[in-house]
Design a protein around this ligand. Structure first.
Ligand SMILES: Cc1ncc(COP(=O)(O)O)c(C=O)c1O
Length: 447
């Protein structure tokens, strides 16, 4: 985090005191005796020096729109960094559309979870995704993306980017290396015909709401075979499993995207997003965020710092609960099947899971015997779980994607992606697992 404030306290006689030299923050400690500290340890203090804020153990919320420069030359230097005249970005705090203490601490800590060089925070997951795509593309370009995507992401690619002359090619999540090769060849030809490039491969894995997994390693290999990796980053929405259960940068992705609204925020009380990855890619997105805005506000950033302290604990507990609930649901006579990563039926999906994932997560789909009417009866009967969209919070939520989050997806595409009328999406929280099982049992009785 950059320099905060000094407090040049008045002397009691009112004489003018010489300005105190600005204190530098303590160096960031990330190892002890050469041993790297774990993310769960670093979440308690990394990037914040209490000495710069009156000894406050927790970072205060910095509600300011702008920051006073030490002198005019410093102001010039900061703007050279902001505008890209000098590489490396801003050296200090400048203006709250660009950066701020709470956001910088948050970004330092987010980068740690994914082993990324740098991170950016945004006012929502969709802002992160929109700024990423707008930063990457020029008219004539083609985005290659996996399917399914969160409906708003899919809509952004198909409808909004189309307005700027950017088209797309989608491939099914489980695509093999051979299938991916064919997609890359098709995308290259399409981009050439349009006078553009393929500047972004955009993945979502697991996909919302089916939990279909993408073989990130195969996508990386196909990308490397057909495109210049320095001009065609792979970005992945890791909202469903990150930051605990999947580390995409280790499998070939260049950028990781999150709706922080979900597991990272974790309490269903904020909306935010992030992007993390190599500086080269992050800086290109930062440049557009500086121009457009879309950075998370200081209060939300502060809430996320609170949330990051418990993200590992919360996700572990939710994951354990989900395993118990799915064990119950899988043999229930009114349940046709589960889209749960701890019980994968397909060999290809299991292979991707074994190579990429560290845990099955706590968001899954349950296919109820019947259709919309049976799903609605189930949802309306829930007493502990809440009927709401979103996921990754401390409380269990259930929703019906076909008629809610994915209502805008055309019926044909829904059918192709497996978003059926009998699919209920469940996000398990950190309640008592037996209480949740009792709730699902009585709700299934009502079907
Ligand atoms: C997988 C996924 N990505 C992105 C988003 C968008 O995030 P936000 O609602 O924070 O804009 C969502 C929201 O549900 C999501 O589920």
């Amino acid at each position: 985090m950059a320099d905060q404030h000094d407090d040049p306290r008045d002397d009691p006689l009112g004489s003018v005191t010489p300005p105190t030299p600005r204190r530098k923050p303590k160096p960031k400690v990330t190892t002890i005796g050469g041993r790297p500290l774990k993310p769960s340890t670093l979440m308690m203090g990394h990037g914040f020096d209490p000495a710069l804020s009156e000894g406050s153990l927790k970072a205060p919320i910095f509600l300011t729109s702008t920051f006073a420069f030490e002198n005019a030359a410093a102001g010039k230097r900061h703007f050279e960094g902001i505008t890209g005249k000098r590489p490396g970005g801003a050296e200090g705090l400048v203006y709250s559309r660009f950066n701020g203490p709470n956001q910088e601490i948050l970004e330092d800590r987010l980068a740690i979870w994914d082993g990324a060089e740098d991170a950016l925070c945004f006012s929502s997951g969709m802002t992160a995704i929109a700024v990423l795509m707008l930063a990457a593309c020029n008219a004539g370009d083609v985005i290659v993306h996996s399917g399914p995507l969160y409906a708003a992401s899919e809509g952004f690619v198909a409808k909004v980017m189309a307005k700027y002359g950017v088209t797309y090619i989608a491939f099914p999540a489980g695509a093999t290396r051979e299938e991916l090769d064919a997609v890359m060849v098709e995308a290259k030809a399409k981009a050439e015909a349009q006078g553009g490039e393929v500047p972004l491969i955009y993945l979502e894995s697991p996909g919302n709401p089916t939990n279909a997994l993408v073989d990130i390693e195969a996508v990386r290999d196909a990308r490397d075979a057909h495109f210049d990796p320095d001009r065609c980053p792979i970005a992945i929405d890791n909202t469903f499993l990150g930051p605990l259960w999947q580390r995409p940068l280790e499998h070939g992705a260049d950028l990781v995207v999150y709706s922080l609204t979900k597991y990272v925020g974790g309490h269903s009380d904020l909306v935010a997003g992030s992007i993390a990855g190599g500086k080269k890619w992050v800086n290109a997105v930062r440049a557009l965020r500086n121009t457009m805005g879309g950075i998370a506000d200081p209060h939300t950033a502060w809430m996320l710092l609170r949330s990051l302290e418990t993200v590992e604990l919360r996700m572990q507990r939710a994951g354990e609960n989900a395993a118990k609930v799915c064990e119950f649901l899988t043999s229930h006579p009114k349940v046709e099947g589960l889209g749960y990563l701890g019980m994968i039926a397909d060999a290809r999906q299991q292979d991707i899971y074994d190579r990429h994932c560290l845990g099955a997560g706590s968001t899954f789909s349950v296919f109820i015997k019947g259709g919309e009417a049976e799903c609605f009866a189930f949802l309306d009967a829930l007493k502990v779980a809440k009927l709401a969209v979103s996921l990754g919070g401390t409380e269990t939520l259930a929703s019906h994607p076909a008629s809610m989050t994915h209502l805008s997806v055309p019926d044909e595409r829904k059918a192709m992606l497996g978003i059926t009328d009998n699919l209920v999406r469940i996000s398990i929280g950190i309640e008592d697992a037996d209480d949740l099982i009792a709730d699902f049992a009585q709700a299934l009785d009502a079907v």
